[in-house]
Design a protein around this ligand. Sequence first.
Ligand SMILES: Cc1cc2nc3c(=O)[nH]c(=O)nc-3n(C[C@H](O)[C@H](O)[C@H](O)COP(=O)(O)OP(=O)(O)OC[C@H]3O[C@@H](n4cnc5c(N)ncnc54)[C@H](O)[C@@H]3O)c2cc1C
Ligand code: FES
Length: 282
Amino acid sequence: MRAFEIVSHEFLAPGVFRLALYAPLVASHAKTGQFVVLIPVATGERIPLTINRADPERGLITVVYQVVGKTTHLLSTMKVGEALFSVLGPLGRPSHIEKTEKTVVLVSGGLGAAIILPEMYAFRSVGTPVVSVIGARTESLLLFRDEFERYSDRVLIATNDGSCGVKGFVTDALAEYLASESSQVAFVKAIGPNRMMEAVSKLASSYGIPTYVSLTSIMVDGTGMCGSCRVSIHGEIKHVCVDGPEFLADGIDFQELEHRNARFQRLEKEAFASCGCHPERR
Ligand SMILES: Cc1cc2nc3c(=O)[nH]c(=O)nc-3n(C[C@H](O)[C@H](O)[C@H](O)COP(=O)(O)OP(=O)(O)OC[C@H]3O[C@@H](n4cnc5c(N)ncnc54)[C@H](O)[C@@H]3O)c2cc1C
Ligand code: FES
């Protein structure tokens, strides 16, 4: 098999795909929470994606991604048997996984479910009790619901339209849970949009519970050299690619992070609008 050859590429939900590719060195070194930087074609851009699953025996890694712009769109058009131009990784520090008697609450919104899933397996494997809180706009968009129900001790669901679980946001479901069970919680992990992670950490800290979050700042090299992914934590500069992507939420300047993530928005929109059919791939 060729390096970075695509071995499977599945549609999971509108705009969401799971891609497995041959990358034996990455697969044999990957740990929970680490990511890769992919370049789909030689003239393409670099994008960071979390390693959803690593299979060292077959030399495969799996990523789950959502089409949001030019490069994720290009990736979605690639077929089994084609090879990506480059896959760099595993990058970043592994996530904090610990055996605790108390419960770990994993909160994810939308695509965050795909990123938090490996953490659920990891906590389960060390024997830590897990409560998962998952959310989406509507029931049909809940990702990996069966997996969460199979491997978590309890699953709480929130949908914006009330089609399943609590009507509202994951923070509403979490608030209900913490109101009665906060003394049983060791810590919370939240993965999703910045605003959601900030709201979860504020809620948990009102009970004195720490929250870990996984940050998705815009990255270029992914190795600590360009400064693109920097974030302020208690006024100190950290680089998400080498110091993270997971951090304790306390002290993160989420507003600055939002602002920095929006800095290429006009160019990104223009690039996406012009990429209906990528010229490289005709
Ligand atoms: C460590 C890390 C792990 C990630 N893991 C995953 C994953 O497993 N699955 C997945 O679908 N996505 C993941 N992302 C986000 C993913 O890298 C971006 O969605 C991707 O780079 C967008 O590229 P694009 O060219 O398609 O869109 P662009 O044209 O670059 O951007 C389109 C829109 O997405 C926003 N955006 C772009 N890059 C990011 C980013 N890094 N973080 C937040 N918003 C961004 C832009 O502001 C813009 O609004 C991760 C990001 C990081 C930093
Ligand atoms: S992506 Fe360049 S320093 Fe982190």
